[in-house]
Unconditional design. Sequence first.
Length: 93
Amino acid sequence: MTREIILSILESEGAESKGGTLAFRDDREVTAFVSAPGEILNVARVVRVELKDKFVALQTTKDERFVFAYEDVLGFKFATAINVKDRSAGFGR
């Protein structure tokens, strides 16, 4: 993908842009798919994307940073985040 395509996709999904950094609302769960030799790497729970001149940096909820060339990014998955407090262990009250 190119920088422009990634920017267009993320903005159309509601990412807030500040400079070259895009951030997602807490109610959105974002996964990035990146090509690696012989496999596809999933980067789950992305909360921030930095668009640099030659590369893209992905930051997760665990404060991990992944850096890739634009051409290695294959796509994104967007979902509504499930609030952990809304789920029970399966026991009735």
